[in-house]
Design a protein around this ligand. Sequence first.
Ligand code: SAJ
Length: 428
Amino acid sequence: MNVKNICVIGLGYIGLPTAAIFASRKIQVYGVDVNEEAVNTINQGKIHIIEPELDAIVFKAVQQGYLHASTEAQAADAFLIAVPTPFKESDDPDSIPEPDLHFIHQAAETIAPVLDKGNLVILESTSPVGTTELLAQWLKEMRPDLSFPQDGADEIDINVAHCPERVLPGKVVRELVHNDRLIGGITPECSEKSVELYKIFVDGECIVTNARTAEMAKLTENASRDVSIAFANELSIICEQLDINVWELIRLANRHPRVNILQPGPGVGGHCIAVDPWFIVSKCPEQAKMISLARGINNSKPDWVIGQYLKAVDTLLSNEPSKTVKDLCVACLGIAFKADIDDLRESPALDITNKIAEMHEGQLLVVEPNISTLPSPLNEKAKLSTLNDAMIEADIVVLLVDHKAFKRFDIKKVNIPQIIDSRGLWSE
Ligand code: SAJ
């Protein structure tokens, strides 16, 4: 397949780096996003997200004219869909979250009018099993004049595949190029054309499967990590009960050649691992027992950390009965969803800090080296502080994210009455 131009729908954490890397290989890329501000920023050669190395690549691609952003799709040889796939909000906390595919439907509406014979459409968004086939069906309904893989015709006008992204936020540029890529075409021909496309920049192997297996593989990777973290989180709760240092315990168990336990934390955040396992559970609620249980364990971990904070308050007040809770200064360290990024989406650390802000009547300091202002409504109750000031002021420190700056801090040089170390930085 001779690809001269690509239209990328969705210029977020995945779409923009992918668009920029194609453009850096001198492919004409039309980026499309509903967010006009993001479109304008990109067209100035700047980026609206934080991701190492991306700014320079986008700047060069725009400057050389290979990347142009717009709110409307343009005709192209290939279309790449990288839009969010969240789940639907429900008022019932016991219900299984259902995937929300409306952004994919919107993307189909965006590209349908400009689709032409010979085009390749790739869904990169993490999706429940069957979504790529659904996308092909939607496109067929919108463009009955074209033939699609499901038509079973000898000549297919539009090839459709699922090629999930598997990159780690913070290392996106490197991982996009070097990771192996799963290629799940609806037919072998769809896969063949997709391999040709990705080979433009992927150094890793392009491994061919079908669309449903590629969808399930991506969900499986994230569900597997979620289950492993849930095991570590459960161990941390058991160890607290049994008065055992969980960090030492895991270190010891991991000396076994076939054991590799992950690290406990304040819960699982981000827009992938905390979301994707539900796509399996919602399809197979009877069968996906362990995956569902793991989600429950990880989702309940923030409440456990808050329980630890309440215990610390009780201990301090019973040691010094003349004090009230208003006299206590609490410092929450980190509100990002994981170390060394500025991303606050689905962050258990932010969730815990917000809840402490609601409950705590004394001073609340927040240390987050990767942001310059606190999000609302936290900014009304808490003060953004430096690490050093917080460590001097605080009666209770709640360590929530293992940022480099916190790791480097010598905890022995301060005397903090109560430390809740949810990441095991200072508890080893
Ligand atoms: N976490 C722990 N303990 C651990 C490891 C992680 O509590 O031992 C927590 C983190 O603090 C964070 C959450 O889990 O809150 C998720 O972080 P992560 O680094 O495990 O993963 P993400 O969400 O940044 O990226 C994942 C990756 N998936 C896998 O590693 C299987 C990435 O490769 C995917 O591309 C990405 O999801 C995605 O887009 O789906």
